[in-house]
Ligand binder design. Structure first.
Ligand SMILES: [Zn+2]
Length: 55
């Protein structure tokens, strides 16, 4: 019986890793701005989930 490692998501099926090249918990949103439309934090590309973007 194998012991699971720290990363519980196999890299082969980790869509976030495949899409962004990193795990969701590795993104530090505090480094980035806020969306001008909904005032949510944006990602490192300054894009928001609502379709807006930071200034
Ligand atoms: Zn937004």
């Amino acid at each position: 019986m194998s012991v699971p490692d720290d990363n519980s998501i196999p890299r082969e099926i980790d869509q976030h890793l495949a899409t962004f090249g990193k795990e969701p918990w590795e993104v530090n949103y505090d480094l980035y701005g806020y969306c001008a439309i909904c005032n949510s934090r944006v990602d490192e590309f300054n894009y928001c989930g609502c379709g807006g973007a930071a200034d």
